[in-house]
Design a protein around this ligand. Structure first.
Ligand SMILES: [Zn+2]
Length: 240
């Protein structure tokens, strides 16, 4: 099974690793800094480099319990090769900022309007989130944008915790975000805690503090039917 380094340290940009047996077109490593697509967060891209070769990683996915690095057409490192696995860090960091922004948005809409999230998705610097709301006006979007930026710009550390399953199932914030739906064999449960704002079971990669997200714009609000309203976000350039 692949040792997933990003689970504990989202800021690792590269690692050395040994190639194991993988599916055609994909490389499985004994350890990796790459995040496999899941929980609404896209898989990482980057490259593998070894003595005499280099291959671009076009996407990273999970196949059963393995992290599979899907290669662009071309050379692939043979099993047993030691490689350097390096992320497209600019893209990944943008995804970390985007993911943290979405968690803060969901917490804010819940706290201020009592509306739950019904779905969401993200790309680097762009995201959408759906809420259980009857109406969502342009004014509402502006109000949220203002509040979201006010909250993000104040320091809130983002921590990754590993909670025993029993403790996670008893935590009110985690109950609200349906921690009970996580398969029973998963223990401890990984929790992303944005201090004073949001706490949810999550497998994704996040920035270390909300001030690292920068400014977020609500670019569109739309109705996806009764009781389901969508908000689209775009991130400005990273703060200096
Ligand atoms: Zn998340």
């Amino acid at each position: 099974m692949t040792e997933e380094l990003a689970i504990r340290d989202a800021y690792l940009r590269q690692c050395s690793a040994v190639v194991g047996a993988g599916p055609p077109g994909g490389v499985v490593l004994d350890r990796t800094v790459f995040y496999a697509r899941g929980g609404g967060q896209p898989g990482d891209t980057g490259f593998l480099e070894w003595e005499g070769g280099r291959a671009a990683v076009a996407d990273t996915v999970r196949v059963e319990s393995e992290v599979v690095h899907l290669l662009a057409p071309g050379a692939a490192p043979p099993v047993g090769t030691t490689v350097r696995a390096a992320l497209d860090w600019e893209r990944r960091h943008l995804l970390m900022r985007t993911h943290t922004a979405l968690h803060v948005l969901s917490a804010l809409v819940w706290r201020e309007y009592g509306a739950k999230v019904t779905g969401g998705n993200m790309e680097p610097g762009l995201a959408r989130m759906d809420f259980e709301l009857e109406a969502m006006s342009v004014e509402f979007g502006r109000e949220i944008e203002e509040r979201l930026n006010a909250v993000l710009s104040a320091p809130h550390p983002v921590r990754v915790l590993f909670l025993p399953r029993a403790a996670a199932l008893a935590d009110p914030d985690l109950i609200r975000t349906k921690v009970n739906l996580i398969p029973a064999h998963i223990d401890p449960i990984r929790v992303v805690d944005i201090e004073g704002l949001d706490r949810q079971a999550d497998g994704g990669t996040h920035v270390a503090d909300t001030t690292e997200v920068g400014r977020v714009r609500v670019v569109k609000t739309e109705s996806k039917g009764k009781g389901n309203k969508r908000m689209r976000l775009a991130l400005d350039a990273a703060p200096a």
